[in-house]
Ligand binder design. Sequence first.
Ligand SMILES: [Zn+2]
Length: 469
Amino acid sequence: MFSYRVLCVVLYAAFASAFVAFPASLSSAEEKPKPQVLFTDVNIFDGTSDTLAEGMSVLVEGNLIKKVAKGDIEARDDAKVIDGGGRTLMPGLIDSHVHFNIVIEGGLDKIEASRWDRIAAVAAHSARDWFMDGFTTVRGMGGMGNGIKMTVDEGLLVGPRIYPSGSYISQTSGHGDILLGSQRDPQSSNLVRLGVAQLADGEDAVRAAVRKNFAEGASQIKIMIGGGISSEKGPLFAAQYTDGEISAAVEEAAMRDTYVAAHVYQDAHVRRALELGVKSIEHGQFISEETAILLREKGVFISPYTNGLTPEALLHPVYGKAGTPQNIKSLEFQEDSKNFVDVMKKVKPKMVFAVDVVNLTGEDARKNRDFEKFAFARFFGNLQALRSMTSVAGELAALTGQNNPYPGKLGVIEDGALADILIVDGNPLEDITVIGGNPKFFDAEPRGEGIKTIRVIMKDGKIYKNTLN
Ligand SMILES: [Zn+2]
């Protein structure tokens, strides 16, 4: 009894002192000011404007942009000052279509044959490589849950903010049916077991697949509703998923306050997606003017890669190889997408920048990204390219609603926005090469990690690269 009482007293004392200590430590946390970084003498591309705002300063406090103003801004004495020397300050770039878990070179067979540690290690490399190119945010369009994202957010791995979709969801014999001929049971597939792909047939199975992705940290959902170029089982002409199956995914995503993105090319399939409530059209290059108008009216985003529209696309190590199934599909793609640029320029829907690197790593992935920047700007102009890489992509990120893993404004330089910032040599509104655009594609010279003219990379208020001082 006595010992019980002593124990109670000891416990009580510990409890009480914890309570006394708690408010004290709270108030000291409140008193500790958030670090400040002051950028001076910069010309700002704010994510939307067609001209640079000259002679500006930007004050970052903690992970937010506290103030943007002309001339000087007052900061605390302990603020770190970075003199931009008249260079351009702009939002961090956003690639709205990545697949870090399916970039291993050699095609899907090679990835299917890879163990998890190889897949994860290559994905970690990609996260860092995209980031050092100035991509402070990426949207995973299928193939990864939140594992890499968590590792980056914890500071263990250098990489961008990641909006994961979880596994991509496909019907059997759809674009995401990655089973090899010998694998009749989905569970015999490495990529299915690892959660890179899910095969789901029927409304209930689609619902379960969506829920599984949310359980693995998806911020939005990716489904395949038409054929693709890299896949062999989904011909480009064929529709995939019934209205009921697509609606099931859309309803499940809406219950999570977020949205469905759909892989789709054909005009009729895009229209069906729009009518069923899909909010992001992945690719969509066969879209007609009428459908593009509907897309704009519904405020739906389109996320096209443009390198596939160029003659240089046939330099691609896989798609360019004459006579392969991917090459035949690439030629079909080029024929069917020939009105795309004109339609986009005329209708002006919300278009994001989306490189869609698959089966490419290291230098090859860099060449793909650099040429995509160049091609996009050549087709649509530098301003549209820059908006698509920043403010428009930031709007798309915000479609994740209460499911947004990074609440706050992305892709803009303004008071209160998340502090994802680049400083670059030169003016990207006039010269897209200053952010890495390269007129050469797979014939480009290897360049190593990072882009030299991107001098400062800040994400969430933290500086990861600074070659100014
Ligand atoms: Zn893709």
